[in-house]
Design a protein around this ligand. Sequence first.
Ligand code: UDP
Length: 254
Amino acid sequence: MARRRQVYEGKAKILFEGPEPGTLVQYFKDDATAQNGQKKGVITGKGVLNNRISEYLMLKLAEVGIPTHFVRRLNMREQLIREVEIIPLEIVVRNIAAGSLATRLGIPEGTRLPRSIIEYYYKNDALNDPMVSEEHITAFGWADPHDMDDIVALTLRINDFLSGLFLGVGISLVDFKLEFGRLWEEEEMRIVLADEVSPDNCRLWDTKTSEKMDKDRFRRDLGQVAEAYQEVAKRLGIMPEAGLRDLKGPEMMQ
Ligand code: UDP
């Protein structure tokens, strides 16, 4: 059988041509990177968990009317998605000070912010994803003001919904990163949520103990990384049916 054509390989995922035009297969790897690729490692089972967690969260978001690129999960490590034109921005939402915001502004980690804050970063590895303002975004044409209105409105709704969903299972949604894409349907363009929503791009703290249940365990060498991702899946009630049988992973679909 012919090997599927690889369209793109990123740090944590690979995209393959999908079965029909306008679709892609998104494959979740166990590879983890931090500090823009300077720190590398493998979190065994991460791909399986992120595939499942992102499926669950995207479907929940779709139920409340957030358009996403997600179509369906195909197997332990792969999901079918709509092909979109990725807007080259990382949209970060913060509810509690942590990470780069805490460092940059000297606010102690864990401080509840007066209101949710949205930040934009230009997706460019060579430049280390610099923070940019809406002025840069519209001046350089990465997105127009109308796109930005849609992105902000969707982002605020996603933050409200996910904050409540996680709170219900004893997890504080501290901050997270989203990516959006343009989806064309019969001359009409819609902005949809793309990429993934998982402990790789969210900060998730236990509401009682503030224990970190996300990629900061890898970034900061805190240990028990895979266990933390599993705990998130358990609390959401979605540990993969077969457990983590597929730990050795990739039966790449040919
Ligand atoms: N984030 C991400 N990818 C990035 C940078 C940040 O998913 O390339 C997420 C990160 O997991 C956190 C939020 O965005 O939930 C804010 O990250 P921050 O700016 O504090 O950067 P960091 O401290 O992770 O370098």
